[in-house]
Design a protein around this ligand. Structure first.
Ligand code: DSN
Length: 429
């Protein structure tokens, strides 16, 4: 199929002609993404194909409803693209039903809660300090305002999920739903035990796989899809799609999930983003994505080992997935101070709480780093070993301007070398 000769907008003018100020910010961001190392574990570089679909004409269309059941006419192509996304989501994850309309992981969670819970119901979620998410019962979030959340946490000595504690809290609180998933847990979730505990107390099981859905799609983390009632995810993390969300569920919940998202929460779906989700799911089904998911994990293990070799402490002692949390200690530089110094050095990560945190969610005693984006950029084990050494230099002395300057130079060189290698590889294809 050939591209249309003209961009189908009737309004003339490129971005450069219409709004050079906005274009300058885009160019600035492009430079930042090429010259610094992205270590925030929830970010990624989507493919050109995903970006093209996100910027496509589907942004024009109102399509409230679902394929073949729309409130608007003119929906034959949005129907086709949403059906592709839905079917591909089911195929990639082995799910019975997929709703690809949620605008984010948070609205996906809200959809699953509204589908199956009554206001005031008891829900169990992972302690936020130990790595849970805002929508898993943070007091400032709708989840805790609408439902009574009780927490399970990690064992204070191993920092691993304490399954005995999960069972104890479940039996004591008899929740209607158990939510499993985290933004800062560096180990594998045992879905089987969670299902067992949920069955013992008659609870539904929601697996929030936002951080690990890319690993699951690529076979680098066990899948909860066979055992969970609902799986929710954002689509822009390791899955490498556009910013958005998605729900996978058993067929018995399909109709109620669809109604909860539209009209329950959202109006018109973002069909341009849904088109990009379809592209993302096509990419996730390719053998190369399997290799990518496994490379994320093996690179994370190399980075973790490098940090440990430098004498740093990691929560749980390491990682089995795409991320790790550097524990800084209760005194000395905070996570925020270290993350800021790292940013000045071109190492972009985020401050994060650690189990038993004493300094609050903004300052924190930890820094979270991950490998999905840098692996996409082309960094391999050798570079991750070096990155570990560079991070350690900053952690040891975040206020040392000479160290920061030298690190920034090393980071730029590393980025240029990896970009040159990537381009040479593409040129030979
Ligand atoms: N804000 C995301 C993260 O960084 O983990 C969670 O949605």
């Amino acid at each position: 199929m050939t591209r249309p000769a003209r961009h189908p907008s009737p309004l003339p003018g490129s971005l450069a002609e219409v709004d050079p100020e906005v274009l300058a910010t885009i160019h600035g961001e492009e430079r930042r993404l090429r010259e610094t190392i992205q270590l925030i574990p929830s970010e990624n570089y989507p493919s050109q194909a995903v970006m093209e679909a996100t910027g496509s004409v589907f942004t024009t269309k109102y399509a409230e409803g679902y394929p073949k059941r729309r409130y608007y006419q003119g929906c034959q192509w949005v129907d086709a693209v949403e059906e592709l996304a839905r079917k591909r989501a089911c195929a990639v994850f082995g799910a019975e039903h997929a709703n690809v309309q949620p605008h984010s992981g948070s609205t996906a969670n809200m959809g699953a809660y509204l589908t199956s819970l009554t206001i005031g119901d008891t829900v169990m979620g992972m302690d936020l300090i130990a790595g849970g998410h805002l929508t898993h019962g943070s007091p400032v979030n709708f989840s805790a305002k609408l439902y009574r959340f009780v927490n399970y946490g990690v064992d204070p000595s191993t920092e691993l999920i304490d399954y005995d504690n999960v069972r104890k809290v479940a039996h004591a609180s008899r929740p209607k739903m158990i939510v499993v998933g985290a933004t800062a847990y560096p180990r594998i979730f045992d879905w089987g035990i969670f299902r067992e505990i949920a069955d013992e107390v008659g609870a539904l099981l929601l697996a929030d796989i936002a951080h690990i859905s890319g690993l699951i799609a690529g076979g680098a983390h066990p899948s909860p899809v066979p055992v969970a009632d609902f799986c929710t995810t954002s689509t822009h993390k390791a899955l490498r799609g556009p910013r958005g969300g998605m729900i996978l569920c058993k067929s018995e919940w399909a109709e109620r999930i669809d109604k909860a998202i539209m009209p329950g929460i959202q109006g018109g779906p973002l069909e341009h983003v849904i088109a990009a989700k379809a592209v993302m799911l096509h990419e996730a089904a390719q053998p190369a994505f399997h290799d990518y998911a496994h490379a994320i994990v093996s690179n994370a293990k190399v980075l973790a080992q490098s940090l440990l070799d430098e004498g740093l402490t990691l929560v749980t002692g390491g990682t089995d997935n795409h991320l790790m949390i550097i524990r800084l200690g209760d005194s000395g530089p905070t996570g925020k101070e270290v993350a800021r110094a790292m940013e000045r050095a071109g190492l972009v990560a985020n401050a994060n709480t650690v189990p038993g945190e004493t300094r609050g969610a903004f300052q924190t005693s930890g820094v979270r780093v991950g490998t999905p984006a840098a692996t996409t950029f082309g960094f391999g084990p050798d570079e991750f070993r070096t990155i570990g050494k560079l991070i350690a230099g900053i952690v040891r002395d975040p206020s040392n301007a000479d160290v920061v300057k030298a690190t920034a130079g090393a980071v730029r060189e590393l980025c240029h070398a990896v970009e040159a290698r990537r381009e040479a590889t593409h040129a030979h294809r």
